[in-house]
Structure formats: C-alpha cells, structure tokens
Write a new protein. Structure first.
Length: 184
C-alpha cells in the first residue's frame, strides 16, 4: 500500500522590509513520503522570499509539469515559477519558455556538481535566477520542523532570518545565475 503525504500546518509571518510586504500566511503543506524535512523547509523559505496573496504550492514531487511554487496572473499565465533542490536542466529550460520568471533555490550536498552540469545551458536563458542555499543552513532549517509550526521570516537589506520561538536561522544565499539575491 502506498504511503500518503504528511500534512503540516504552518503559520508564516513575513516582514519583508525590502519589498514593504508584511503579511501572515496560513499554509497547509502536503509533504510527499519521499520528501525530507530539509526540502520542505526550503520550500517554506522560497514561499517567504516571494510571499504574495497569489503565490501557491504546486502538486510537488509527483509531477514534472508543475513547479514547487508558482504565481499566475489574472489571465492564467505563469508569472513566477519556483523550484527547489537540483531540478533537471531540461525541465528548467522548458519552464523558462512557460513562465515570465523562473527561480531556483538549489540546496544539498550535490549543488556544485549539479551546477557544473547545468550552468552553461541555464546561463543562456534570459529569465532564470539560480541561488544556492548553504548545506548548513538547509540542515538548520530542517531542525525547525514540527507538524504545526509558527514561523517568522524577516527580510531586511538582503538579509534573511527564518525562525520559530526556539531558534532562528540566518539565511545567506549565494547567487549562481541571474539577478542578485537582494531582490527576491
């Protein structure tokens, strides 16, 4: 019998002083059985960095034709496509053709190897931004996981902090391609 997704409830408070965006988001996250806490929290980080009322989670690991997060405009066109992890370079190029902007938050032990293979084809695309989340940071984010979470994210002058009442993680992204990270 197939395992079912685990449901997590996240009360996310975003104070993004760089964008003058201040809002609370009640998120329900279905974590696929093969998804790690680390990956799920990088998705929460990506949501916080691009938070808006129209940002939504995709179907997740079970589909290749949807991102981890996306925002559509009023016509249904894809305005923003966000993937986390080490996505297939071919799928990212296809996403660049479907969306106005594509953002990747790469994390994990294989980022350097993945970027070495994906760099040339992805740098030729005009609408992609790739950032790396340091391994220590993604592991620290995973330690924040609880089935019901209250998470605060503060963004100021390009600095990002994500935390709960017990711990705070400073997130320093490394830009690999595209616009600098101080303008998520």
């Amino acid at each position: 019998m197939a395992q079912k997704a685990t449901i997590f409830k996240v009360e996310l408070q975003v104070a993004d002083m760089d964008r003058s965006y201040y809002a609370d988001h009640s998120l329900t996250i279905a974590r696929h059985p093969s998804e790690t806490d680390e990956r799920m929290m990088v998705r929460v980080l990506a949501f916080a960095l691009h938070a808006s009322p129209d940002l939504a989670f995709g179907k997740g690991l079970s589909t290749d034709d949807e991102p981890d997060l996306w925002r559509r405009d009023l016509t249904g066109a894809i305005d923003l496509w966000i993937d986390v992890g080490l996505p297939d370079e071919k799928l990212l190029r296809q996403a660049c053709g479907r969306a106005r902007e594509v953002v990747v938050y790469a994390y994990g032990r294989g980022v350097d190897l993945w970027w070495g293979r994906a760099r040339d084809p992805l740098e030729r695309t005009r609408n992609i931004r790739v950032s790396s989340v340091p391994l220590a940071t993604s592991l620290d984010l995973a330690r924040l996981v609880q089935r019901s979470m209250q998470v605060q994210c503060t963004i100021q002058e390009g600095h990002v902090w994500l935390g709960n009442r017990d711990a705070t993680v400073e997130v320093v992204l490394t830009s690999l391609a595209g616009a600098p990270d101080d303008s998520p």
